[in-house]
Design a protein around this ligand. Structure first.
Ligand SMILES: Cc1ncc(COP(=O)(O)O)c(C=O)c1O
Length: 460
């Protein structure tokens, strides 16, 4: 590597998440310099379709002048003001009102943070504060799904059900429990129908609650559709039964809509799409279309009224963050939500679902493709070996790293996707059009063919 290149300078100075740090020093970064619409361009002038919206977030694509303009204007008007000690400012008030008006179920108030992790962390903190406030201090444990990703602060990483966020990090903390991922293809027993599978998973959770004691469990966290866990769309029967079970056992439901909120799966909120009525709802990412960090935690009146009483008894509500409700972020988020309204974004996604998911489903004829999962403009294509022999459930040997190989080859073809194990994730900007979807599919099919050839070569 030329030591003056961005690649070498990056390797010398930057730590990268979800990256093999040793390998990174050898292969160097893909250095992206600019973006427009669904396209990004690297420092060698190569163009890529950004089919992952960065990290599931840049919903309005790159180069949105309105968002840039609003940020600059707000910086000039009031670049910063805190919300502590009874202070406020117009952008945060308007944004909170807008979110409450949009909420999928009646919500009472909004707490702001900068990232999805922080907002989930705050949701866990508020669940504890709530149960203390209502005289049930024993309710301290949390349940979430194996493979779910809820973020990477200590509490959010503990909620996450992924080994990479736990192993060697001394996590999860005690009291964070994980239940089976509701993914029929991977976790059903031989011959088990989807309904039988759902009923078994619910019975397992029921037993877990009985074993631990409902009076020890504070909240259940779930994504309406699991994103970083490999794009798992839980069966509605499962979510409905889960919700009933939580109500029966007086356990709060927190919906992590960090990926699904604002149209991604064809409704403004994933909770609506999946029939969930959360007590708390977390959103981030598309809230500002990733133009600036901001997240929001909406809480219902049951929770808010109790914590307000508690703060009165204590003299202060002790949760505070310097950048909670930052005026520039709030102004950009407000403008983002206006644009979604103008574009009728959820309807747009519903229209694009057919060419997008239909096109990916047509790839099921490819020998490497075992399952296509998704909803709206969120999808996962699971690669499997030996399909030609009629077997669609046996995974690749993880040592082959078939998914990362395919993602690397796709990148060489000018298509940025993400490998989650051997599932290739797609989460394109919501502004993508039919022609760009067709081009994305064309490049991906070539990547699949080249991956199959390379795997065949490696097998000798
Ligand atoms: C569902 C979900 N929750 C929470 C997070 C964490 O958000 P952040 O990376 O902004 O902390 C993510 C990030 O990808 C996510 O996908």
């Amino acid at each position: 590597m030329d030591p003056t290149s961005y690649e070498a300078r990056d390797a010398h100075s930057v730590i990268h998440g979800l990256t093999n740090l040793q390998l990174h020093a050898e292969r160097g970064a893909t250095v992206i310099e600019r973006g427009r619409g669904v396209w990004v361009t690297d420092n060698h002038g190569r163009d890529y379709i950004e089919a992952m919206s960065g990290l599931w977030c840049i919903a309005l694509g790159y180069g949105n002048e309105r968002l840039a303009g609003v940020a600059a204007q707000q910086m000039r008007t009031l670049a910063y003001y805190p919300l502590t000690n009874h202070k406020s400012h117009p952008p945060v008030i308007e944004l909170a009102e807008k979110l409450l008006a949009m909420a999928p179920v009646p919500m009472s108030k909004v707490w702001f943070a900068c990232t999805g992790s922080e907002a989930n962390d705050c949701a866990a903190r508020l669940a504890w504060y709530y149960w203390n406030a209502v005289g049930q201090p024993g309710k301290k444990k949390f349940i979430a799904h194996k493979l779910a990703y809820h973020g990477n602060t200590i509490a959010a990483a503990s909620l996450s059900g992924v080994g990479y966020a736990h192993d060697r990090f001394n996590l999860p903390l005690p009291g964070f429990l994980h239940v089976t991922t509701p993914h029929h293809m991977r976790h059903a027993r031989a011959g088990e129908t989807e309904d039988q599978f759902c009923d078994r998973l619910i019975a397992d959770i029921e037993q877990l609650i009985a074993r631990e004691g409902a009076d020890t469990i504070a909240a259940f966290f779930t994504e309406p559709v699991m994103a970083a866990g490999g794009i798992v769309v839980p069966p509605r029967r499962y979510l409905e039964k889960l919700h009933n079970l939580l109500i029966l056992n007086n356990i709060l439901l927190v919906c992590d809509e960090v990926v699904t909120a604002f149209g991604r799966i064809g409704e403004m909120f994933g909770s609506t799409a999946m029939g969930l009525k959360p007590d708390m709802l977390v959103c981030a990412k598309a809230l500002s279309s990733a133009y600036i960090p901001i997240s929001a935690l909406m809480i219902n009146a049951r929770v808010y009224d109790a914590i307000a009483r508690q703060s009165d008894a204590m003299g202060v509500f002790g949760l505070t963050m310097t950048y909670s409700g930052h005026p520039v972020a709030a102004a950009v988020a407000l403008e983002t939500l206006k644009i979604y309204d103008e574009m009728n974004i959820a309807e747009r996604v519903r229209k694009l679902e057919a060419p997008f998911l239909g096109g990916l489903n047509r790839l099921l004829e490819h020998p490497l493709v075992g399952e296509v999962r998704g909803k709206g403009l969120l999808a996962g294509v699971e690669l499997i070996p030996m399909k030609s022999e009629g077997e669609t459930r046996v995974p690749f040997d993880p040592k082959l790293k078939a998914g990362p190989l395919c993602a690397r080859i796709a990148e060489e073809q000018g298509l940025i996707v993400r490998a989650i194990g051997d599932t290739i994730a797609f989460c394109p900007p919501l502004i993508i059009n039919d022609a760009e979807i067709a081009e994305m599919l064309r490049r991906f099919r070539i990547a699949l063919d080249l991956t199959a050839a390379e795997l065949a070569n490696a097998a000798g």
